[in-house]
Structures are given as structure tokens and as C-alpha cells.
Design a protein around this ligand. Sequence first.
Ligand SMILES: C[S@@+](CC[C@H](N)C(=O)[O-])C[C@H]1O[C@@H](n2cnc3c(N)ncnc32)[C@H](O)[C@@H]1O
Length: 319
Amino acid sequence: MTSDDIVHRLRAAGSVFAEDEAALLRRSTHDDDTLESLVRRRLGGEPLEHVVGRVELAGLELSVGPGVFVPRQRTRALLNRTLDTVRAAQAVGEASARGRRPRASSQSVVVVEAFCGVAPVATAIVRAFPDAEIHAIDRSPAALRHARTNLGAGRGVHRGDVLVGLPQYVRGRVDVIAAVPPYVPDGRLDLLPHEARDHEPHAALLGGADGLDLARALVEQAPCFLAADGLLLLELHRSQVAAAATHARANGLVVVGQGSTIDTDDVAENDDAGSAPRPVATGTFPDDDDQPDDEPDDEPDDEPDEADLQTVVLELHLG
Ligand SMILES: C[S@@+](CC[C@H](N)C(=O)[O-])C[C@H]1O[C@@H](n2cnc3c(N)ncnc32)[C@H](O)[C@@H]1O
């Protein structure tokens, strides 16, 4: 099968990025039978990343596969903020080692990725700071298998519910907890494109009536694990920030920052190792005065475009 054949078949099935997708599919195998089965899976609507088994994010090539959440390009903002925080904590540790400032543990910075999925943020930290103590936690065994592959040996990969399942010795020592909880409100799967709602586990996407059930649970559990100067970094939709901040304050945390995610104009600009440009959610989340309406969509065939999703990284400290 030539690349032109694949492009033709993908285009006939409605792919907007047929050339990019064909190139990725071709690069995934040298075996023609396997290639044919990959093409068929893609034509059947599976996310390209599930089919080729990898996704590129911030220069990292991550293992992904069927039944798991595919890391989104917008999460580079959380990833970069986590890298900055670790860099700063490391600098404090080095200063401490020179006797300039006390620090509980100058041995290594401690990082937790909660709701880790395939662990994109933890993997970025491992690559940049091999000495960091990393813990990744999720309740999905399938996601954790990919997390182990991405993180490599010797890292803490834990099955658990929110933070319940982290080892006791981590309590009170974590410099940064980074998290992308499931935050789409129940009943708003229509905000997501077919690929996500048909092929990603709904437990990875939906967060209760207002989308904040898991974020609230994390905010309640995080104070026990954070070091005195530790930071909780939380990716949410921007319409959810006020409610999350109120809950955080009620649980002894203070908001110290709120950064916008990556400019979503470049979300489609993936590098070449495992992703083609893909729509990821559309529209806005329902604000209090903007409940979903029952009117039929004028353009029912329009796929939601997740590049429109406006997310924010909420930064919380112990108060
Ligand atoms: C939106 S995905 C984020 C995954 C990853 N952080 C990323 O950005 O690619 C949310 C993850 O939360 C996990 N999850 C859902 N409910 C959970 C719970 N109660 N405790 C732990 N993990 C949970 C899902 O399995 C999924 O992997």
C-alpha cells in the first residue's frame, strides 16, 4: 500500500489531515498487513494516537493506547509550570546544601502527578530532573501500564483514588502536586469530539455535575501531602476557577497564581512524533447563567473543536 493510497482512503473518510496521518501510520510499522490493520482502525474512528500507540507532547514521545486518555497539547502549560517549580525548589535545595537556607530535604525534589493517566507531566520531570523523587497515581490500570513505560524503572507508580494510595512516607514532603483531573461536567460530553467520547474512558473525562468532583477531592487531600512551601497546580476550565478557589480556601489553601494555558492557536501544531493535528473539545463550559439548551444544533454534523477549550492552571499554596 503506498502513502498515496492511505491518504486517499483517509481523505475519503473525511480526514482533514490525511497526509500527516498517513505519514504517522506508515512510520509505525514496516509490515504491510499490520499497516492495513492500523489504517482500518483509523478509518473506524479510533484516535490516531491510540492506533499508533504514541503521542508527542513538549518534545516527549509518550506511550498511549486504547482505553486511556490521550494527553492534550494544552497541558504543556501545566507541564512547563511544574518544571519551573521543580527548578526553583532544586535551587533552594542547592542553596541549602551550601548552608544558605534550611530545607527539610535537600536530597531530592518530590513531585506527584495526580490523575496521572500516562503521566505526561511526571515524565517531563523525570527527563529534566532525573534525581527528583516522582510519584504518579491514577485508578486506571491501563493508564498506569503506559505511565510505567513512560517513566521507566524506579519511579513510584501507584494505583489509587485521588491521592489515597500514595505511600505514607510522602506525607508532608511534596514540593509540587500537578494534576489534570477529569473536569468535563456530566451531561456535557457533547463538548468533546467523537473520538474522545467514543474511545476515551468517560471516567477520565467527566467530573460530576459541575465537573469539579475530582478537583474538590484533590483539594481536600492535598494539604496532608504538601511540604510547607509546596504547590498544588491544577488544570481546569477557566469557568471553574472561582468555585475551585472557594473550595481550596475552605480547605486551608490559598490561590497564589492563575496562568492561562498555551495559546490554543498552536494546539494543532504538533511535532512529528506520534500526533497529527487533532480536535480535542468545543464551545465553552456552561457558566451559571448559561445552561445547556435543548434546541437542536444548527449544524449537527460539526465536530467540536477542543482547541477552543479555555483552560487555566490554578496555583495553590498551603495558607
Ligand atoms: C483528564 S485525564 C488526565 C491524564 C493525564 N494527567 C494527562 O494529562 O494526560 C484524568 C485521569 O484521571 C483518572 N481518574 C479518574 N478518576 C480518578 C480517581 N477517582 N482517582 C484517581 N484517578 C482517577 C483517569 O483514569 C484519567 O487517567
